[in-house]
Write a protein that binds this ligand. Structure first.
Ligand SMILES: *Cc1c(COP(=O)(O)O)cnc(C)c1O
Length: 233
């Protein structure tokens, strides 16, 4: 079995190849380790192995691994479904909340950041496949909320995140990735207050090359770094 460090090296090579094939600068694309269900030691190994940042899904895992220094030296992001009654544990503790997926959460994060006297960087999560089972804004809602960001001085909108449908065939998600890239550019052109559309977080273990081909600036990779997650444990 390959080590975390070797896996990261291999992913980097694939990222660089995908970027070059798309005529992009490989330095434009960041690798976020989706570290759910991996303990602090394994996350530290990924940080030392050269990922650009880590992403946690669960508040409990974040607050457990933070004091253990799992992320020391790299930014940590929140990428999971966040309950409003837990925003106090996340706002200010992470560099970026990627998964702002409803207006109620946006308001709660803004309020908590103002209370703490900070500005929290966020992404809006887009339900690009319009799936019942997934949270996130429609593209229309996303554009509207971006236009209102001046009303939320406790947050700073840095871009968009998406988890497209599980694809049956390789390449199925390219159209969603392309839609996301268009949405990012369209919103960016409007020059709204408190909005800088620099981050497009999309692409996971199975489809990150397609995401890079369509303009991703951050891929979130779990399985390809850490191996398969054992949900039975
Ligand atoms: C788990 C997870 C990933 C990574 O998924 P893999 O298929 O294991 O690479 C990316 N983004 C989010 C939000 C996740 O929860």
């Amino acid at each position: 079995m390959s080590t975390i460090r070797e896996n990261i090296r291999e992913i980097r090579a694939r990222m660089d190849a995908a970027a070059l094939a798309a005529g992009r600068d490989p330095k434009e694309i960041l690798l976020c380790a989706a570290s759910k269900m991996n303990d602090a030691d394994r996350v530290r190994e990924a940080v030392q192995g050269g990922v650009d940042c880590c992403g946690e899904n669960r508040v409990q895992e974040l607050t457990d691994k933070l004091p253990k220094g799992a992320y020391t030296g790299k930014p940590v992001h929140f990428i999971g479904h966040l309950q409003t009654n837990k925003v106090n544990k996340v706002v200010g503790a992470v560099d970026l909340i990627q998964s702002v997926d409803r207006t109620e959460l946006l308001a709660a994060v803004n309020k908590e950041a103002l209370k703490k006297g900070i500005v929290q960087d966020i992404l809006l999560e887009v339900n690009i496949g319009a799936e019942e089972s997934k949270s996130g804004f429609t593209p229309e809602e996303t554009a509207r909320i971006a236009s209102q960001m001046g009303d939320f001085p406790g947050v700073h909108l840095c871009g968009l995140m998406a988890i497209p449908p599980i694809s049956k065939n390789k390449g199925d998600n390219r159209k969603y990735f392309a839609e996301m890239a268009n949405l990012l550019v369209d919103i960016g052109r409007k020059k709204y207050d408190n909005v800088h559309m620099v981050c497009l977080s999309m692409g996971m273990s199975d489809d990150f090359e397609d995401a890079i081909a369509e303009g991703s600036t951050m891929i979130r990779v779990g399985t390809a770094i850490f191996g398969a997650r054992n949900y039975a444990k």
